[in-house]
Structure formats: C-alpha cells, structure tokens
Design a protein. Structure first.
Length: 202
C-alpha cells in the first residue's frame, strides 16, 4: 500500500519526493503552551464538494469552517500528555493496508450535538474500523482512549433542540484516512499524516 507523507510548513503541505512515508509535522511551541488537551484521531474528511453540501445545511454551525467537518474512525490518545507515542502510531499506520469504503448519511439527529447519521448499519465502515484497531494492537501501539465511535458527522456541537428527522442522503467514498490532532478550544486541526486507501486489483 502506498502511503504519501506530507509535512506541514507555514500552513502548506509538501510531498517528500514521492517517498512512501507518513511524516510528522513540525511542532509549534507557542501553541503547545496554550493547549489544554490535544486528542489525536484517525479521521475521514469529506471531499470539498461534499463538505460544501454539508456546510449548506440549515442546521450546520456557520462558525465552523467546512474543512473541520469529519468522521472520527478512531480516537487514540492525548498527544499533549504522551507526545512520544506519535512516532509509533505513524510507523504502524505506515504498514497498514486498507481499501476504500462508502459512507452515506440520511438522518439528522439532535442529541447533545447535531449530527448526520445513517439509518443503515454502515457495515463496511465498521469493518474498516475493526481492521484498523486489530492492526494497531498487533503493532503494540499504545491506545489509552482507543474508541471507535459509530460513524457520524457533527454539524453543530451545541445542539439546537430541533429534533431528529430524515434527510436527503449525503455521502462519499472514503479513499484516504488522516492522522489529525484536534486543538481543543481553538477550533483547529493539525494534520500529522495521510494514508490513501487502495482497491485491490482484480
């Protein structure tokens, strides 16, 4: 499986001359001083056209940019507490092989937050999550949190008390997974790596 490493520099990403590696982004000491908690996730993010479609929903929080819309596949650990765990995670993901899988959301649910969910089981996504966890466990990656939530997209973290209802389906095929640090309190994601998913040749 080919992994395309990216390094973030000055807000931009550059390739590593075609090498197949995950590459950690440089740390910013000034940001580290103000972070209270830095959970790190494996995520799937919608492509721009789908993100724009989600952002246009009336119940979406306009205060959050469409680039923050995501589906959490796995919550790993608090990076602020254990920064030394990042390299082993990158090494394990560098060896992971996975295939693309579909996501389709056809329901808006209002709980503590407003989310897009599926009335179907999303079996392929759940199977992908299970394979990913098995791989990380086999690689002896430390997972202090290690949760695999039901796939969903949060569109308003505050909730709106407007109830739940069916919606026109919105979905995409996940063809890459991202290793992302969430900067809590700053409404910001820091990309630490990305991994394209490849279909097996027939």
């Amino acid at each position: 499986m080919e992994l395309w490493g990216l390094v973030l520099q000055g807000g931009e990403a550059r390739s590593q001359h075609g090498q197949t590696r995950w590459s950690p982004a440089p740390r910013c000491d000034s940001l580290s001083l103000v972070r209270a908690r830095n959970p790190i996730y494996v995520m799937a993010k919608p492509p721009p056209a789908v993100a724009a479609q989600i952002a246009a929903l009336p119940r979406n929080d306009p205060g959050r940019g469409p680039d923050l819309l995501h589906v959490t596949l796995l919550l790993l650990f608090d990076l602020r507490a254990r920064p030394e765990w990042l390299p082993p995670v990158i090494a394990a993901l560098n060896a992971f092989e996975g295939q693309p899988f579909p996501l389709l959301f056809d329901r808006i649910e209002a709980r503590k937050a407003v989310t897009l969910r599926s009335r179907a089981p999303l079996a392929e996504a759940r199977s992908f999550q299970a394979r990913l966890v098995r791989h990380l466990v086999e690689c002896r990656v430390p997972l202090t949190l290690g949760t695999t939530p039901e796939p969903h997209v949060t569109i308003n973290y505050r909730g709106d008390r407007l109830g739940s209802r069916k919606m026109d389906p919105i979905g995409w095929t996940v063809d890459e997974i991202l290793l992302v640090e969430s900067v809590v309190g700053q409404t910001r994601h820091i990309l630490h790596g990305r991994c394209p998913l490849r279909s097996h040749a027939v």
